[in-house]
Design a protein around this ligand. Structure first.
Ligand code: FES
Length: 136
């Protein structure tokens, strides 16, 4: 009687050829990223002369609207309508206006002047330094 020979199967784990894993990536990493929608804090957004007294200016790329309710008094709000997130379209007659569905917001405090929006435009912090308006 013979027990069958013990068979040993030797698995030789051959290391995958290591060189294949080395993928050189292109070293061009100096992008400027200038298409970013938001402005860095401290960067100049506008000069005071860009903002009409009793009105405002919309900065679509930065998603900010800056108003000047009274001479020398500047405010900034999100330019994204709180109704369904359209970018507000214009500023006239003391209101920031969204033409998607007709909402209006007061230039003094962003509060709703006309529905369907029910929530005010969030205020953004700015600093006015000389004639430079910067996001704080
Ligand atoms: S998204 Fe502005 S009024 Fe509807």
């Amino acid at each position: 009687m013979t027990n069958g020979p013990t068979r040993r199967t030797i698995l030789i784990a051959t290391g995958a050829t290591g060189a294949a894993a080395l993928v050189a990536s292109c070293g061009d990493s100096g992008g400027t990223g200038d298409s970013a929608p938001s402005l860095s804090p401290g960067q100049e957004l506008a000069t005071t002369s860009d903002i009409p007294v009793g009105g405002g200016t919309i900065f679509k790329n930065e998603e900010v609207v800056v108003t000047q309710p009274k001479d020398g008094e500047f405010k900034a709000f999100s330019a994204i309508c709180t109704h369904q997130r359209c970018t507000v379209a214009n500023v006239s007659d003391g209101t920031i206006n969204c033409t998607c569905h007709g909402s209006k917001f007061n230039i003094t405090d962003g509060s709703v002047a006309n529905p369907p929006a029910t929530r005010p435009l969030p205020e953004k912090k700015i600093t006015v330094d000389g004639n430079s308006i910067r996001l704080a």
